[in-house]
Design a binder for this molecule. Sequence first.
Ligand code: TA6
Length: 288
Amino acid sequence: TKDRNGVDQVVLRNKRGDSARVSLYGGQVLSWKNERGEELLFTSSKAIFSPPKAVRGGIPICFPQFGNRGTLEQHGFARNKMWVIDDNPPPHPSTDSNVKSYIDLLLKSSEEDLKIWPHSFGFRLRVCLAADGHLTLISRIRNVNSKPFSFSFAYHTYFSISDISEVRVEGLETLDYLDNLHNKERFTEQGDALTFESEVDRVYLDSSNKVDILDHERKRTLGIRKEGLPDIVVWNPWEKKSKTMVDLGDEEYKQMLCVDGAAVEKPITLKPGEEWTGRLDLSVVPST
Ligand code: TA6
């Protein structure tokens, strides 16, 4: 289908027939709506839909490098590539009987990729919409090369929130984090929920696999569960940095918060033939 900008997107609908749905642009989830059709992800009103510029919003996949931790462009090249839909995906494991609709997208190392990152890989991204509206992303990355390689990774997830000054994040208390605003130095989080009053750009380490964003005004809690992703990135550009970003409205930082399941501090190393799986489960539950 084409969205409001005439941009080609693939839409997963909930077979239960309600308004839950997920829209994808290439390998990037751009929209996730709950059963009442409410949008749960943030996409900038000034997002630029012209590769290789990354689209500001939804869930861009940062691979094979997170941030500027390496020689590649910021966040690696995967999010700027066009992916291929696998018309004949392997069946979904019966363990996820709740999963009602899913799609597999494939990314292979191209000739140009190999020039800047000389490691042949196969990347299968499965996007699943469950009957209860939960969204699951499963990344399977295989080393199809003859020598080991290492990579860092993040599901760079832009959540839609009512107001950055009102939300709280639970599950990161007492964890250590690397602060991107202080030369990536290591600090320790204090003992209560995270609230926001200025720019935040942190990588929480060895985080618990359960983090919640409590949006009191919208009376809902966004739940983040993950496997194979030891870290959680938390980012909000705040006002000053927003003004330097052409693809983000000056005030839009108030309606977004990035809380990313990631593997950043300790890159993943794959031997030839080995495969890594990184799974992200997002849910939304009403909360008083
Ligand atoms: O989330 C961490 C971060 O690396 C921030 O430093 C900021 O650069 C953000 O990602 C967005 O990066 P992008 O390349 O999408 O503008």
